[in-house]
Write a protein that binds this ligand. Structure first.
Ligand code: BES
Ligand code: ZN
Length: 602
């Protein structure tokens, strides 16, 4: 069985079914990139110089690649030519690149260019940005797309430091998940350094017309100039979040914590690229109601970036811990009632997902089996929310004090290492259960991790605020006119709960009266819009159609657009509408969104 090596060079036995690399034989320790960003051809071109440690005295180094055009490979500091060959193309995984190396070699340099269709990279023309004046490019490497722009050992169990020299058009700023200079360089040349070891999926780059603004002593925001003011206002609490997070689980390990607000085609809500979270502009709601996403990506600075899932089957270790941690940050900043509200919404989503996947489905296990599958298939509410509620259940059994000591110790003792589910269980038993059978029986660890559905001992959260919102939905359904409902001071979350408590297929009168009173169709809040559109689609409410089309044309966040396309294709007329819109919208979506929606709309 292959092993990977953590930063202390301890061998960790892991099978990573999504990587061709053999880090147990020779492992990458540092990557230096030298790349030109070519906005005409939509490619990155240059070289990657990889330092590695030959552990077994092997005569070849195996890397992951997908759609890379490699012109030449050399080894050693003197640039001696090295032989290389590609393996067969495998679905989702790309091709193994095998480089012949001498036993004393410690470095290889791969000269290459990316494909204009590189899965990780999104190239936007000026029209697709907020400012409409300059093109934009960003990467999204998680889960296995780093190999489409950097030849590397592309499994989360391998960690390396990295540095980069990037050239881009003179008017643009380049940023990476590394130490960033906050100023624009007039010559378009940028140097980056990431001194802490990270997994390949955390390598990230963005190039565009962005400016920086500091928010606190080690926090700040990058955004296009026209988005900067609004972003600064939305993220006022960012420094407090960092301080709260460090207060909970130990020192922030990465120096700065900045966020870049990307154009709306970014396929996710956020991505925890170290030092520089990538975020969708759809969280800039104007009322700071969607900043839990920042707490989430920040929490990954511990769960994920510091202690990393060893393979994508262990994904719940990244996301479950992060959801738990996110909620603790939110509680600290905004109080228990607010945090409970977020948690109950989460739990409801988990129940929906379990219903969809089937209560006995193996895909509802925390520990996943993603062999021969795209790891993307496993990235749903199970890892996130079942993972979170597992930890909330543990907390409710052992008490918060003990829980916090355990979590902090877990992060501290495994910093810069990778973690398998098995190793976690061992650690959990040794440090939390400590042989106490009563506690073990209350938690039922194995049931949670290797069993389906939501275990019956799950911690249940009851939000007082959401209860009130649900009561108003009930009133409305019983005939109380929209204008008489009590909705004063509702946050986004109460509105979402209200909308989710209305059944599919509202009557025309109901829809019209709601829209007239609350102006949902005109809402600037993407979360609310998205839930509202579910009702307008189900009730075939035409006055919203133009807004829906606009939304699908502008926003590329997969969490929003996938459910909307799913609902549209349920009827023949809806499907025609979806196909028509998608034809125009598709070029504005990132490859990971295209991949999902191609399947739905065909
Ligand atoms: N790391 C994830 C995003 C991700 C997961 C990208 C798997 C590719 C593969 C990120 O931390 C995340 O979970 N984002 C969420 C937001 C969060 C508040 C639940 C998202 O994008 O919606
Ligand atoms: Zn996450």
């Amino acid at each position: 069985m292959p092993t990977t090596h953590n930063s202390q060079n301890q061998a960790v036995q892991v099978t990573d079914v999504h990587s061709f690399a053999k880090p147990e034989e020779a492992v990458i320790t540092h990557i230096h990139l030298n790349l030109d960003v070519d906005f005409e051809k939509h490619i990155l071109q240059g070289y990657a110089k990889l330092s590695f440690k030959n552990i077994t005295g092997t005569d070849h180094l195996v890397l992951d690649t997908r759609d890379l055009e490699i012109s030449r490979v050399t080894q050693g500091e003197n640039g001696e030519e090295a032989k290389f060959s590609f393996g067969e193309e495998v679905k989702f995984l790309g091709k193994a690149l095998t480089i012949e190396v001498s036993k004393t070699s410690e470095v290889v340099t791969v000269y290459y260019k990316t494909s204009p269709h590189a899965g990780a990279l999104m190239w936007l023309n000026a029209e697709q940005t907020a400012g409409k004046q300059f093109p934009f490019m960003f990467s999204q490497s998680q889960a296995i797309l780093a190999r489409t722009w950097v030849p590397c050992q592309d499994g989360p169990g391998v960690k390396f430091t990295y540095s980069a020299d990037i050239s881009c058009p003179h008017s643009l700023m380049a940023l990476m998940s590394a130490e960033n200079d906050t100023l624009l360089h007039k010559d378009g040349k940028y140097h980056f350094n990431m001194p802490q070891p990270v997994s390949s999926y955390l390598m990230a780059i963005a190039v565009g017309d962005v400016r920086f603004h500091a928010l606190g002593k080690n926090t700040g925001v990058y955004a296009e100039p026209v988005m900067l003011e609004r972003s600064i206002d939305e993220f006022v609490d960012m420094q407090n979040m960092v301080d709260a997070a460090s207060g909970l689980y130990g020192e922030y390990a990465w120096g700065r914590y900045d966020v870049i607000v990307l154009p709306p085609s970014f396929p996710f809500g956020g991505m925890e690229n170290p030092r520089l979270t990538f975020a969708t502009p759809t969280i800039i709601a104007g009322d700071r109601s969607l900043v839990a996403l920042v707490a989430h990506e920040l929490a990954h600075s511990w769960s994920g970036n510091l202690v990393t899932n060893a393979t994508w089957n262990d994904f719940w270790l990244n996301e479950g811990f992060t959801m738990y941690f996110e909620n603790r940050i939110m509680e600290k900043l905004y109080g228990r009632d607010y945090a409970d509200m977020l948690d109950e919404l989460n739990f409801n989503e988990l129940q929906e997902t379990v219903k969809e996947l089937g209560e006995t489905s193996i895909d509802t296990h925390l520990f996943l089996s993603l062999k021969d599958r795209d790891p993307d298939d496993g990235m749903n509410e199970i890892a996130y929310i079942k993972g979170q509620f597992f930890l909330k259940t543990v907390e409710s059994v052992v008490g918060r004090e003990k829980m916090d000591i355990f979590v902090k110790k877990y992060f501290t003792e495994h910093a810069f290492q990778s973690m398998t589910t098995e190793k976690f269980i061992e650690y959990f038993k040794a440090n939390l259960i400590q042989g106490d059978l009563a506690i073990a029986n209350k938690i039922e660890l194995e049931k949670w991790i290797y069993g389906p559905g939501i275990p019956s001992n799950t911690f249940r959260v009851k939000s007082k605020l959401l209860e009130k919102a649900a009561a108003q939905a009930k009133e409305f359904l019983a005939g109380t006119p929209a204008k008489e409902l009590h909705t004063k001071d509702w946050s986004t979350h109460e509105w979402l709960h209200f909308l989710r408590n209305l059944p599919e297929g509202l009557t025309k009168d109901q829809i019209v009266s709601l829209d007239k009173k609350f102006h949902f169709t005109q809402s600037g809040n993407c979360e609310i819009l998205c839930d509202w559109f579910q009702h307008t689609i189900a009730s075939d409410y035409l006055p919203s159609e133009a807004q829906l089309e606009l939304f699908l044309m502008n926003v590329g966040r997969r969490k929003f657009i996938v459910p909307l396309y799913k609902s549209l294709v349920k009827t023949a007329a809806g499907k025609i509408f979806a196909q028509k819109v998608y034809l125009n919208a598709r070029p504005g979506y990132h490859s990971v969104a295209q991949q999902t929606i191609d399947e739905l709309v065909k």
